[in-house]
Design a protein around this ligand. Structure first.
Ligand SMILES: *Cc1c(COP(=O)(O)O)cnc(C)c1O
Length: 507
């Protein structure tokens, strides 16, 4: 204890020589110049090449790689940031159709700045009271927007992969007789098995691997002609495994597969889950938010019956990365999975239940950034109606692209368009004529030539910088794949895409 008359430093004057605080003038300059850079990017993004003309190592040669000992002027650093922009792939470009990527909306991007400035560590209410309340609110909003439940509980994660991993862990603990947190999953006498279609995202087998269950414990079920899990096959496999001393514990349905955008018959999967006592998880990382479109709602019938759902706001809510989310119905199952090994220093001593709330009881991470703010900002700034209109337009554009492809002589649509993914291939007229009358072995030959041609087309398009598409394997065929989760894309961009693909084919 200091005596009252003891001299003390004046805390109002920041006299520490090693302080990292900026003078008001330097702070203003930093803010002005950084904002200018961001505004310039948002203004020019549609004019930039989708993919840069660059090769490995170029960026570091340009920026230099020496670890700086002394500080450098902000102009130089922002110039170097510009160089990074020049050597980036622009997911927010209107003709970026690869993978499942969407533009960052501006209010969401600025919200990330606010989050970083506040720097709340959202481990628990105690650690970040406001941020925790906002995150729990956003989780309920997402539960409501997807039609899952307006009382949803859950937490934000880096992305769908971590949400899926967390869900499988909770499911395993909820359905296991032994305390796997202590004995290890691999010590179980009866191997526990997961069920999902052959269209499932790779993060599910990966989760099984990480959790020590093993990838082989994910039973791969055939999908039907619309790439949805085959319910009869699912049931047969479950019966077979149960007879053979295995313990089925979880079924994962897809609400939007990454390959073709297929949505499993969720209500039918729910019925099987109930019958066999399985945890019912939905991987909706790509597609769950498409339930905001009234026309698509029926496709998601049964979503309200899930035990847990993964979704990604950095996909179809157009927020910046990273904004994954795991929703669940009952947080006691999450707490049962995670609250077992609390160290003393994270014990919460609050009496009020709200105030003893801790995300570490529900997930893997301890330190967590304030991810909810960009989602909150996005929904508050635009309102859910405007967001759902953007999603609806993406869906309509995918239908438009499918129509253009179906009507064209030199394109073939390879999968039904359920949401916003279009799988197609370029078929030269000569090959087209042969396809109809070809024998089995001729067909194989033609398909393999088309695979090669379309692979070359994809690479040419990607390198060309005018549009970006990725690929999928559809019924064994190489498909060009365009995914539209982009509020900047218009019909003209889709017309341009087909022309760009044709030009690449001719070369
Ligand atoms: C994107 C995606 C994932 C993985 O999500 P990340 O955010 O990339 O971790 C999982 N499943 C599906 C269906 C996806 O589209």
């Amino acid at each position: 204890m200091k005596a009252a008359d003891e001299p003390r430093e004046d805390l109002a004057l920041n006299t520490r020589s090693s302080s990292l605080d900026l003078s008001p003038a330097a702070m203003q300059e930093l803010a002005t110049q950084t904002t200018a850079l961001v505004l310039d990017y948002f203004a020019r993004i549609s004019q930039l090449p989708v993919f840069p003309e660059t090769s490995a190592g170029t960026t570091l040669r340009r920026l230099g790689a020496e670890l700086p000992v002394e500080g450098e002027p902000i102009e130089k650093l922002l110039n170097d940031c510009r160089a990074m922009f020049d050597a980036s792939r622009h997911n927010g470009h209107p003709r970026f159709f690869g993978y499942v990527a969407s533009p960052a909306n501006a209010p969401g991007a600025f919200a990330d700045l606010i989050s970083s400035a506040l720097n709340a560590n959202v481990t628990s209410w105690r650690s970040g009271p406001a941020a925790t309340e906002v995150e729990r609110l956003v989780v309920r909003w997402l539960g409501s927007l997807t039609g899952f439940s307006d009382k949803a509980q859950g937490l934000l994660t880096s992305g769908g992969s971590l949400a899926n991993l967390t869900a499988i862990l909770i499911a395993q603990r909820a359905r296991s007789d032994t305390d796997a947190s202590r004995t290890g999953l691999w010590n179980s006498q009866t191997p526990m098995t997961i069920y999902a279609s052959d269209q499932i995202h790779m993060s599910i087998p990966k989760a099984a691997d990480v959790l020590g269950l093993g990838r082989n414990q994910v039973r791969i079920i055939a999908s039907d002609d619309r790439f949805r899990i085959d319910i009869r096959d699912l049931r047969a496999r479950l019966e077979h495994d149960a007879r053979n001393n295995l313990k089925p514990f979880c079924v994962v349905a897809s609400a939007g597969t990454v390959n073709t955008g297929a949505v499993d018959a969720l209500h039918a999967v729910a019925a099987v889950a109930r019958e066999f006592g399985l945890w019912f998880h939905i991987d909706g990382a790509y597609g769950a938010l498409a339930a905001m479109d009234q026309g698509k709602r029926p496709l998601f019938k049964g979503i309200e019956l899930a035990d847990s759902i993964s979704l990604d706001c950095h996909k179809w809510l157009y927020t910046p990365l990273d904004a994954g989310c795991l929703l669940f119905r009952d947080e006691t199952t999450a707490r049962a999975a995670f609250a077992a090994n609390e160290a003393d220093y994270i014990k919460v001593h609050e009496q009020e239940p709200e105030e003893s709330f801790a995300f570490w009881d529900h997930g893997i991470e301890l330190s967590r950034r304030f991810r909810a703010l960009k989602i909150w900002m996005t929904l508050r700034y635009y309102g859910s109606r405007k967001i759902s209109e953007a999603i609806s337009e993406d869906l309509a554009l995918a239908q438009y692209l499918a129509q253009q492809i179906s009507a064209a002589e030199d394109f073939e649509l390879l999968a039904p368009v359920e949401l916003s993914i279009c799988c197609f291939r370029y078929v030269p007229r000569a090959a087209r004529a042969k396809l109809d009358s070809a024998s089995e072995s001729e067909l194989e030959q033609i398909n393999s030539e088309l695979d090669e041609l379309n692979t070359r087309i994809m690479n040419t398009v990607q390198r060309g910088g005018e549009a970006y598409i990725s690929n999928a394997t559809v019924n064994g065929k190489f498909a060009l794949r365009a995914c539209i989760t982009n509020f900047r894309t218009t019909r003209a961009d889709l017309d341009a895409l087909l022309d760009i693909v044709r030009e690449a084919a001719e070369r």
